[in-house]
Write a protein that binds this ligand. Sequence first.
Ligand SMILES: [Zn+2]
Length: 187
Amino acid sequence: MKLDIRTYGDPILRQPAVPVEHVTDELRALAKNMIAAMRAENGVGLAAEQVGRRAAVIVVELPLDYDTAEEGGPRLHPDIEMPWVLFNPEILSASAEQEIAIEGCLSFPDITTPVARSVEITLRYKDLNGRTHERVLRKFLARVVQHELDHLRGVLLVDRMSAVKKIALRGQLKRLKQETEDALGLG
Ligand SMILES: [Zn+2]
């Protein structure tokens, strides 16, 4: 089944996700369809709410040369196979040290903004087999997972923008929200 990406203005993006009790075949199928939707839009991560579902699941797929501390360096997480599926991901700790980088979001087409994120996080999640893992993530992979975890709490890119950036993008954001609401028959 092809899943459509929900855009800013769709109320589901503001809903908190519901934790998954058991990793069922249905949820595995959802994750598979989410991976297809993410790839179709050249994304590096996607949360279930972005395809209109409230299960706490995210998918991540970085080009392997992005998973490095510096350009051309070795992979930071060589044991993580991409695409990566995480159920009930939660951050157990996050480094005080942060980095600022430009982020985009499939729910905000053509909009980017600098966002500060922790450089390192410790994460707990369930894999496709329902097994629980805890592990440390660093740099870009940590950033992508923090972005997707925001989605699971109903927090969006627009909430991470500086006041100045928000003002600069006000027209564009308003237009996107209006288009989404019109398409949904809201507003
Ligand atoms: Zn996003």
